[in-house]
Ligand binder design. Sequence first.
Ligand SMILES: Cc1ncc(COP(=O)(O)O)c(C=O)c1O
Length: 379
Amino acid sequence: MIAKSLLQKLARKHGTPLFVIDHDELRKNYRAFRRHLPRVQVYFAVKANSDPAIVRTLFKEGASFDVASMPEFMIVHENIKHLSAKKRQDWIWDKIIYANPTKPTETLEKLNRYKPLVTFDNREEIYKIKQHAPDAGLALRLKVPNTGAMVELSSKFGATPGEAVDLILEADKNGLVVEGISFHVGSQTTNFENYVQALSLTAAIFKEAQDRGYTKMNLLDIGGGFPAPYDATVKPLKDLAKIINSEIERLFPKNIQVLAEPGRFLVASAGYAVSKIIGKAVRDGKTSYYINDGVYHTYSGVIFDHCHYPIRSFKKGRTSLCSVFGPTCDALDVISMAENLPNLERDDFVYSTNIGAYSNASATYFNGFPPAKVVHVNQ
Ligand SMILES: Cc1ncc(COP(=O)(O)O)c(C=O)c1O
């Protein structure tokens, strides 16, 4: 946890809006994941925050990577470009999954020379991969319950359990190798039952595939969804890990390779946003604060990620209910209509914690306001 005094100091030095990334926290989260899920190979989902310095720190920790676009692939590749061709190829095969089930043909053509592992969830994708990336390995993305997740993914992605083995056999018929099955229980999943159901569905599909003669699968990808500690109601990873470890033990053979694609869990608590009050008005008896960061910038997760980031003050004092708006000339740029803050003045700094995931990753230049400056600490 970065001290409040350091955040203020950094804001004075670098100006605002400022986005601070704590690399000690990245390492701490990665190590906690490894400790609680020792059988699981950790593929950081780069989309959660694709800052190359984050990728670099996790690379040095020994992480693997889930990429979902060619630019994300190249951010990871930057770290291995000095390796010999053979070593680079082995590393990519062992440590990268291209986990976007639908890929443009141009991307597949670029990817093929790296022979990566890619996901798919429909017939059309099988034919596309066969034509444009025949050297890739495949993982079938399965549709699983996303009940209660903050971000639901199952309506856009995943083959239904009923069609799963037909798709695996179709890929096989087309000369492709399906290495295993992947799923995603929905992002920020606090309903741990989702993992139990997903593992049970996956085990049933492994069995059906085997019964129907397909025996090449050896990989179980349990996706992302691991919750970040946004508030005290979120149960710790340790509790979820106990459930996952025992279900994997119960349902799958010892030699199966297990991987996960955590994004949010690794980066959320490593990010801080510091901004300042640029305007103040009273509307309908309630104070409105205007700050120089908003939902088109670091607070983009309010819109895209359905996430609420409490706004905190460095000042103490009696608080009252107020609204906090972003700087753009757009009515959608509302960070919160209900924050409790002490009386603040123009140029006072405010900040948010736990804002490292799906935040500056989706910041825009809307209305001429650039994204917040990024500062790395404990790198
Ligand atoms: C395929 C895939 N894997 C992993 C992730 C990361 O999920 P999370 O940030 O919930 O851990 C996502 C997020 O959308 C995803 O789509």
